[in-house]
Design a protein around this ligand. Sequence first.
Ligand code: FES
Ligand code: MG
Length: 578
Amino acid sequence: MSDKRPLRSAAWFGSTDKNGFMYRSWMKNQGIPDHEFQGKPIIGICNTWSELTPCNAHFRKLAEHVKKGVLEAGGFPVEFPVFSNGESNLRPTAMLTRNLASMDVEEAIRGNPVDAVVLLTGCDKTTPALLMGAASCDVPAIVVTGGPMLNGKHKGRDIGAGTVVWQMHEAYKAGQISLDEFLSAEAGMSRSAGTCNTMGTASTMACMAEALGTSLPHNAAIPAVDARRYVLAHLSGMRIVEMVGEDLRLSKILTREAFENAIRVNAAIGGSTNAVIHLKAIAGRIGVSLELDDWTRVGRGMPTLVDLQPSGRFLMEEFYYAGGLPAVIRRMDEGGLLPNPGALTVNGKSLGANCAQAPIYGEDEVIRRLDNPLREDGGICVLRGNLAPKGAVLKPSAATPALMQHRGRAVVFENFDDYKARIADPALDVDETCVLVLKNAGPKGYPGMAEVGNMGLPPKVLAKGITDMVRISDARMSGTAYGTVVLHVAPEAAAGGPLAAVRNGDLIELDCAGGRLHLDVSAEELAARLADLAPPAPLAWDGGYRRLYIDHVLQADEGCDFDFLVGCRGAEVPRHSH
Ligand code: FES
Ligand code: MG
């Protein structure tokens, strides 16, 4: 050990009194010999394994490889489960339970004899939830993600998880493919262990964890089933033991500089809009101030270099073979576009140093050159105006350039059920110049801010061969989705935001270049409409965790954390239980 700080775990196992007896004795029922308790760093392996989270279903094997590394470095690994937030199965949305999972992680770390943690994350919400919980404890932590699935295969072509569902469903609704053909893509889309292989939220958050410096280089892109994923898990297990000795806590990694790097990297990879919410929530837990406008200040002007679906062509497998995230960061740094190359990472070196020699394979294909980007201005477009006083976002790389400046007539859906009931109605008064507006799909309104913002287009518009329309909501959208979609409108309709006052036929103006989202009604009219609104209808299943959620969730611009969870509470050892 390079410093003499007593191990946290010594407060459990380091005494010969009654308490020390009890803590050790019960642990020994697992066959642990006495010498293991004599001052080895105890490494918690925080596992989100679950058969209901298919993206993380291979995590028991991943944990075994972390353990090998911990043991090799002289640590004592202890694996523990936390709430597993599976995106594909959880209803009404895994976002509802992201904060619940973070509370689980925080309390499990603080209440147990662990000196540091390895965070096994994969499916979308598992990465932010575990980083949020660990950040609130500020212990040494290292992220190991489960890695993306191999490329999907269907009828001789590559298909991307999530993205192909949106594409094929629209084609089916437009009458271009049969139901049988649509359903036949299921098995080929998800044919190996791992997370969505597009640059969806899981891949984005894995890249964010790497860009923030919380994982070893290459963690984001190595495919789930590639043996090198297990080597990385092993090396992470070895490294976390050293980090205990160096007291390399999350607060030394998760600095303002690290978040600025992450915002720029998100632009370079064409990352998910969900990163805006998750990075804010993580920053809030470690005490770093990060505002929505930082996405404009820091992110603007960064081209998208990574040609991955949904913005581009390829999938995570090709991204890894092309050099993965270190190659992107190297290109950014060489072009002077990495704001803080000196930011510290978990291996004790800076982000810039880690990536300076990173090989790039294929000069200008999967990872584009700076002078030939996929999109000139990647990043996240932050919008404000009388329709979104606290902001809204749009992902330019997933949008149609011609629609990014648009004025159109609102076609309003009061909630998602209303949308589903009427969108296919041939009598719906809508054409491609209209703006689809969805209310009550935000944090409190849905509740949980579901990924329903990329509303499918009306079939009669699709039948004309139209593939995009301006859509506006207080919802999120899947990182695998695309379109000219304005999301995260804050405050949301259910919290009394102006979105609640939009009526059919109102004119709405979207101006991405000017950062403006404007409802063309007077301030007096808007105020009168808002004063007239009926209070939201009570939920059918009020009570329990959902009550806590609705009462305490913050708006999208604040990261949708709970008001009482923001902040770092440290990992001071609690009083004895007996
Ligand atoms: Fe789990 Fe996409 S559903 S990563
Ligand atoms: Mg997703």
